[in-house]
Design a protein around this ligand. Sequence first.
Ligand code: ADP
Length: 266
Amino acid sequence: SAQVTSTRGQSFTLPNVKNIIAVSSGKGGVGKSTVTANLAVALAKSGAEVGIIDADIFGPSIPTMFNCEYEQPEMVKEGDRNLIIPITQYGVKLVSIGFLTPKDNAIVWRGPMASSALKQFISDVKWGDLDYLLIDLPPGTSDIHLTLVQSVPVTGALIVTTPQKVAIADAKKGLSMFKLPQINVPVLGVIENMAYFTPEELPDNKYYLFGENGGKMLAEKEEVPFLGQIPIVQSIRESGDSGFPAVMKDGITEDAFMELSQSVAR
Ligand code: ADP
């Protein structure tokens, strides 16, 4: 069970949450939210209870990826606390900064505000029983990351990167952050997204558009597990935009994410 420090500085437990997993990336645009969304649905498909906190303050994309951009979470009073009821979509419980801010408005928040929003998402949400609470972090290393590790016992961190050199360099920084003594969060492993492209008419060919095996080599060098490769698939992009995670309908994607969910569950 998870010990939490709330926005009011109180400490209490989240007895019903088994694993809190931070999903992190060095750079933006490498597919961190896409991986979070598809992984969550894959874990739910294999029978786990799953929640997502979209903590990507500057670009909350989980509501779009789950086709619930215009939902407004309800509140419930429990004792002296007001709790947010997460939106459930495709079997996954969701809270997002995106539910609480007007659409299309740029978010210009100071670090402390963003951090307190994240704390609230952990402590003031009626999560119920969860096997996995995935936290979609902003890219890079920020206040949010610090708040997260200081207020909850994060079970482990997943690092999402593309194989590209610039992405790897940044992923390496993110990875080192989790290893710092004051942070000390186990790195569950590296996920290489957009690893290669296979055209439908050439099913045996792999084209390494962003370079070959960059994520795998990073994992080896940093001595953390390599959790697998997700190819570039047009339907991953399309289904992200249409709010229907590709893992639910596309065979290649389903295979890749079901396999990934098994490595994460291990
Ligand atoms: P991040 O959260 O790292 O900023 P996103 O998950 O928003 O990145 O992904 C960035 C863009 O790349 C989105 O348009 C998404 O649909 C697309 N994308 C991510 N992963 C893949 C993939 N494996 N194949 C095709 N498109 C992808």
